[in-house]
Design a protein around this ligand. Structure first.
Ligand code: ZN
Length: 302
């Protein structure tokens, strides 16, 4: 038996939208769907709720000003507000008010460019703008995802903390293709171009911030153990864990070879047990079936 309840966050949102036919953009990824096909996004949220998710993530992962503008979108406010509105609508219609809405953000640069992030004050302003928009639109927590270097992570997390909402920080890791050692995540085609900070140093720098939860996410299933053991070694507070399966080719997700739902649930149950994880779910490549398999096990266990 588990001593405290475990919450279930949804599976991949962007990748699921792609699977249902959304056109993905290298800069703002699945953000266009918020205005162009609200019914498709609503149905993704609904399917995750019906599979047992108790936390929904908004489709705003790549919807900060610089990423939207890179995709030719200028109505930053409307894209973000519409995503939150749809997540709230899904909760009202298909679940109970206990479900939390997490406003997603990231420090990633456009997927087709290594260094195309605004510098200095400008990036701080863009993060602050999106964090305030999401907070004002009604999210319950802010979820900073795919943090891979301290400078941009601190900028984003500080913007999130200024809103006064609880802030969750998600770090991404991968295994070095040659040595098999854990490293902070780098898009494969940007490995050589991006400065590299150790996972350990990234965690060290985030642990001092006034965040509520810290976890490993968008990390391959096979790297989760070593990522979570480092997280557990540095961060005494509550942790979360959700892995990716499959891989990105160009800016589209490749689902071939994704881990089957029951096998994924086996792994996730272990993360809960071995690393005292309080929130589990799925990242890119996982689907409602993965969340359902996981949810069935957790209900039995609790
Ligand atoms: Zn992901």
């Amino acid at each position: 038996m588990m001593s405290q309840p475990v919450y279930i966050i949804d599976g991949g949102v962007g990748t699921e939208l792609q699977r249902r036919g959304a056109k993905m953009d290298p800069s703002c990824w699945s953000s266009r769907v918020n205005l162009q096909d609200p019914q498709m996004l609503l149905s993704v949220h609904r399917d995750y709720l019906q599979a047992g998710a108790t936390i929904l993530s908004t489709n705003t992962f790549m919807a900060s000003r610089h990423l939207l503008e890179g995709g030719g979108i200028r109505n930053i406010e409307e894209v973000n507000r519409s995503a939150v509105k749809l997540a709230l609508e899904a909760r009202d219609r298909f679940a109970s008010s206990d479900v939390l809405i997490a406003g997603c953000m990231t420090t990633l640069s456009p997927l087709d460019q290594a260094h195309d992030l605004p510098r200095g004050d400008q990036i701080d302003r863009n993060f602050r703008e999106q964090a305030l928009l999401l907070a004002d639109a009604g999210v319950d927590v802010l979820l900073a995802e795919m943090l891979i270097d301290s400078d941009t992570a601190v900028s984003l997390l500080s913007a999130c903390c200024e809103t006064g909402l609880p802030v969750w920080a998600g770090v991404s890791a991968m295994l070095d293709g040659n040595t098999g050692e854990l490293m902070t995540f780098r898009p494969p085609d940007k490995l050589a171009e991006l400065p590299h900070e150790t996972f350990d140093s990234l965690l060290e720098n985030l642990c001092g911030l006034p965040i509520e939860l810290l976890g490993a996410m968008h990390t391959p299933v096979e790297a989760m153990d070593s990522a979570l053991s480092q997280v557990a070694g540095k961060w005494p507070g509550p942790r979360f864990a959700y892995a990716k399966t499959g891989m990105l080719t160009e800016h589209e997700w490749e689902f071939e070879g994704c881990i089957p739902p029951e096998e994924y649930a086996d792994q996730a149950m272990r993360w809960i047990r071995d690393y005292q994880v309080k929130i589990v779910g799925g990242c890119c490549g996982t689907r409602a079936e993965h969340i359902e398999a996981l949810s069935r096990r957790i209900v039995i266990d609790q």
